[in-house]
Design a protein around this ligand. Structure first.
Ligand code: GUN
Length: 312
């Protein structure tokens, strides 16, 4: 029987750390961390995600500033809002929920967010820092994936890791993080030939394709670590909607460890958003010279994946 990787439990542990860090900042007379969340339009999935993010802020003591704008909001108006949030001393993190409506140039908007407040880690400066292993803010889902891996694996040096999916938000940054840990990384995607033959060589599989039950039991070698990033809504034979991942969970008995959907990566994404917001607030309150280590990092020592909190 494969070990179940419990994302809910790990997210709770990380949230407790984040709440303690918020309380410590308050005790030190520092400002309460604040997260601005921007949502354009009424996409139902985005509405749910944003509502969860705002509620999660409240749980750990982070202030939240919600900006719900009509789908027809112009690009200039959005850029003006972002400039205002960049300059607002009460805002330490800015999250602009994607996808944005088609008339908005997403790249321009994400690039307009101050990299120091880019708690999503989507700004080219943070992407570049991740690619070069020079700190910066790490995107939330990839950070959560690495923390989940850290609960069941130690040194990743020389391990074969296969990432399914090459998105800028998930696949590519996860590949960078695995490379940083000295894994041998293969990034695969929709055009990859003979994917099962590649995954069968993997010690770690990160499935982020958004394709329900793509990864079958026969694709997985015994003992492999399987992280399922996919979340799809499908209607079952009983007519009910349910969430399914990219991994055929019922066929994973021979795996070493597997993260479920729901209850795996999902809770970690929000917990990492909160910890990224506190990290940003601390750095804004007390900037360190580039490349320096800080004592603050020690506080994160017993959180798996702590090496990813390397300060810029
Ligand atoms: N849409 C889906 N996931 C995310 C995320 O992590 N951040 C933002 N900004 N938008 C998203």
């Amino acid at each position: 029987m494969a070990q179940l990787i419990d994302g809910r439990a790990l997210a709770r542990a990380l949230d407790a750390k984040t709440a303690a860090a918020v309380a410590e900042m308050a005790a030190a007379g520092l400002p309460r961390p604040g997260l601005a969340v921007v949502l354009l339009g009424d996409d139902p999935a985005s509405q749910i995600y944003v509502r969860r993010k705002i509620a999660a802020c409240r749980e750990v003591g982070i202030r939240s500033f919600e900006h719900r704008l009509p789908a027809a909001t112009t690009q200039d108006a959005l850029l003006t809002l972002i400039a205002r949030l960049n300059a607002d001393p009460e805002v330490h993190g800015i999250l602009c929920q994607v996808p944005l409506p088609p008339h908005i140039d997403q790249r321009m908007i994400l690039g307009a967010i101050d990299p120091a407040k880019d708690v999503d880690g989507f700004h080219p400066v943070n992407v570049g820092r991740l690619s070069t292993g020079t700190g910066g803010i790490v995107p939330c889902t990839p950070l959560g994936v690495m923390m989940l891996i850290d609960t069941v694996a130690g040194d990743l040096t020389g391990m074969n890791a296969v990432v399914i999916g090459k998105s800028n938000i998930v696949g590519k940054p996860i590949a960078m993080l695995l490379l940083e840990r000295e894994a041998t990384v293969t990034v695969t995607h929709i055009h990859t030939a003979n994917l099962p033959a590649i995954t069968r060589e993997a010690d770690i599989i990160v499935a982020a394709a958004g394709a329900p039950d793509l990864v079958r039991g026969s694709w997985v070698k015994p003992g492999a670590i399987i992280i399922d990033v996919g979340i799809s809504r499908i209607r079952g034979e009983d007519g009910r909607e349910r969430l399914v991942g990219d991994v055929a969970f019922a066929e994973m008995d021979h795996a070493g460890a597997v993260s479920p959907v729901p209850g795996g990566v999902g809770p970690m994404t929000i917990a990492c958003l909160l910890s990224n917001t506190v990290k940003a607030a601390r750095i804004i309150a007390d900037p360190q010279p580039a490349g320096s280590d800080t004592e603050d990092e020690d506080e994160w020592q017993d959180v798996p994946g702590r090496s990813l909190f390397a300060d810029s």
